[in-house]
Design a protein around this ligand. Structure first.
Ligand code: AMP
Length: 214
């Protein structure tokens, strides 16, 4: 199975993708995580991507699609996309590549979350610098301030989770990513799930939709 998780920044795609990947063995493909790793390693791709990401803009389609294709060449397992595609051009690029490689997108799951909740999630989000676990300073606090409960790693705020950058990310989402809703509705593979609840509630809804036993 190949699945796309679609939704606004902060809708919970990453959190749900980790749970689904753990339950199914699918390969979790987060373009945001890949870009952040490239930025940390100061690669040419990372340095170029950072100039867009730090302003809340999307990395250009051709760079993103080529990166995904080269990262996934030879991967045999089912793919679970989190944060990709993010524009019609990327979705078309994925369709072409899937056709060439004998794959297809089986389901697109849209995590539906109201705007006010999105902002709260992003502004108060903190991420473990070691294991990637996500906290929220209002709703999911760590036991010890600034420290991950799971691994003791330092909790950091993502550079693009600042309020001015969040505003631009949401604008890019509305303009470029939201049109994917009708793109995938037309393809007959679109499913919306209420993403406003707790991670375990969202996971249950997504898993039952996909027929995964929990
Ligand atoms: P995320 O971790 O998915 O929120 O992504 C963080 C940032 O990386 C986004 O705000 C974009 O600037 C960039 N990014 C991630 N995925 C893509 C994509 N598919 N296309 C373009 N830019 C992306």
């Amino acid at each position: 199975m190949n699945i796309i998780l679609l939704g606004a920044p902060g809708s919970g795609k990453g959190t749900e993708a980790k749970r689904l990947a753990a339950a199914t063995g699918m390969k979790h493909v987060s373009t945001g995580d890949i870009f952040r790793a490239e930025i940390s390693a100061r690669t040419p791709l990372g340095i170029e991507a950072e100039s867009y990401i730090s302003k809340g803009n999307l990395v250009p389609d051709s760079i993103t699609v080529n990166m995904v294709k080269s990262r996934l060449a030879g991967v045999e397992s089912g793919l679970l996309f989190d944060g990709f595609p993010r524009s019609i051009a990327q979705a078309e690029g994925l369709d072409v590549w899937f056709k060439e490689t004998g794959r297809k997108t089986d389901a697109v799951i849209f995590l539906d979350v109201p705007d006010e909740k999105i902002i709260m999630r992003l502004v108060y989000r903190r991420t473990c610098s070691k294991c990637g676990k996500i906290y929220n300073l209002k709703t999911l606090k760590p036991k010890k301030e600034g420290i991950c409960d799971e691994c003791g790693g330092e909790l950091l705020q993502r550079a693009d989770d600042r309020e001015d950058v969040i505003r631009q990310r949401l604008e890019s989402y509305r303009k470029l990513t939201e049109p994917l809703v009708s793109y995938y509705k037309k393809a007959g593979i679109f499913h919306a799930v209420d993403g406003s609840g707790k991670p375990e509630e969202v996971d249950l809804a997504v898993s039952s939709l996909l027929g995964i036993n929990k």
